[in-house]
Design a protein around this ligand. Structure first.
Ligand SMILES: [Mg+2]
Length: 382
């Protein structure tokens, strides 16, 4: 079998799909994208296509190493996301060619289904609580929301109190009936992260995500030493070579590699195995589309340390399309009590409605994250 063509499709809300075709009629799908930089990743995919067109798609390990090493310069959000999407499509092709789901090719299931959590947008506690009530009725009991809006490097106790009051109100509304992670989203600097973690401790969050930016990872062990709340990060780390530093330094309890950012399935199973050796949990990041989610599930289903899967059904970013709009086999992704059963179909287990993507691509989205500013006009982390 030979790879013949790579085709990309932009689609709402902010996604990029990749179709990899072969001379035997089997096609694979990937989702190579950085949210807000879809065109940069698309250019990288087509630049990398020279390494894969004409090659045997079965040799995923060799193609991965070629894409990673052959360019001399490597790593980072754009290149690793491009590799990730191509890698996903190669696993999809391999599974379809062999008639098996990818998790069978990775050694088989360690669990029958994967627990997922719901993102809850909105900043007013009453909005968050109302949404959680609705999701509770659908069987979800685990949630994530943003901990704070923009925060200055040293901020007033008023800002801290507002963030804590929101969490207190949510905990009071549900008691111990629900679990929630709180995403600091890299908006909080090291000095305030220390204060916020201390103040949030009584409300028992399941984890705090990106307590500080990943480029300040030296603070993860220091913050972990000052708080019993499990710390999570990883959506802005792109290879096992980056993850090894945070694992060796300690401090994180949960890694959140993104299957569309960190080199795909080939790389993320290795990151998951490294985390297991440090007794660190896995909870792949996935505010993206159905191919990315299917790739995450393949890794979760073979990784003993996978505890939670993010998924974007109804997420506040999904304007113009929702998670399963481009999926034919929607039933396979049904969440029962918040969990998705092992996807039964060969390959990644997702059947893409290409006609819809062709139509979507005629009116491509141009999603950008907002640029936030502090009251004095300086740029704030979003
Ligand atoms: Mg996050």
């Amino acid at each position: 079998m030979k790879i013949t063509r790579l085709t990309t499709y932009h689609a709402a809300p902010r996604w990029l799909f990749l179709k990899v075709e072969t001379d035997e009629g089997i096609t694979g799908w990937g989702e190579p994208v950085i949210e807000g930089r879809a065109r940069s990743v698309e250019a990288a995919v087509h630049e990398l296509s020279g390494y894969v067109i004409g090659k045997d798609p079965a040799r995923i390990n060799d193609l991965w190493q070629t894409m990673y090493r052959a360019g001399f310069y490597r790593g980072g959000a754009i290149l690793m996301s491009a590799i990730a999407g191509i890698d996903q499509a190669l696993w999809d092709i391999k599974g379809k060619a062999l008639g098996k789901p990818v998790y069978e090719l990775l050694g088989g299931l360690v669990r029958d289904s994967m627990k997922t959590y719901r993102w809850v947008g909105g900043d007013r506690p009453s909005d968050i609580i109302d949404q959680m009530r609705g999701y509770r009725e659908l069987g979800f009991d685990t949630f994530k929301f943003n901990g704070t809006e923009e925060m200055k490097l040293i901020d007033s106790p008023r800002a801290v109190d507002a963030a804590v009051a929101k969490v207190a109100e949510i905990r009071a509304a549900f008691g111990n009936e629900i679990d929630f992670g709180i995403d600091f989203h890299g908006r909080v600097g090291a000095p305030m992260a220390k204060v916020l973690l201390r103040e949030l401790e009584p409300f028992k969050p399941l984890f705090v995500e990106e307590p500080v930016l990943p480029e300040l990872a030296e603070y993860y062990p220091r913050l972990a030493a000052s708080s019993p709340i499990p710390l999570a990060a990883g959506e802005r780390m792109y290879s096992r070579f980056e993850f090894k530093h945070v694992l060796a330094a300690g401090g994180l309890s949960m890694l959140q590699p993104d299957l569309s950012h960190a080199g795909g399935i080939t790389e993320c199973v290795k990151i998951a195995a490294m985390a297991e050796a440090y007794d660190v949990a896995l909870a792949p990041h996935c505010p993206l589309g159905p191919v990315a989610l299917a790739a995450c599930l393949q890794v979760d289903l073979v990784s003993h340390n996978a505890v939670l899967q993010e998924q974007s059904i109804g997420i506040h970013y999904n304007e113009g399309a929702d998670l399963l709009d481009y999926v034919i086999n929607k039933d396979d992704f049904r969440c029962i009590d918040g969990s998705i059963a092992a996807l039964p179909k060969p390959g990644l287990g997702v059947e893409i409605n290409e006609e819809m993507l062709v139509r979507a691509n005629q009116n491509p989205p141009d999603w950008r994250n907002p640029v936030w500013r502090h009251a004095d006009g300086s740029v704030a982390e979003w």
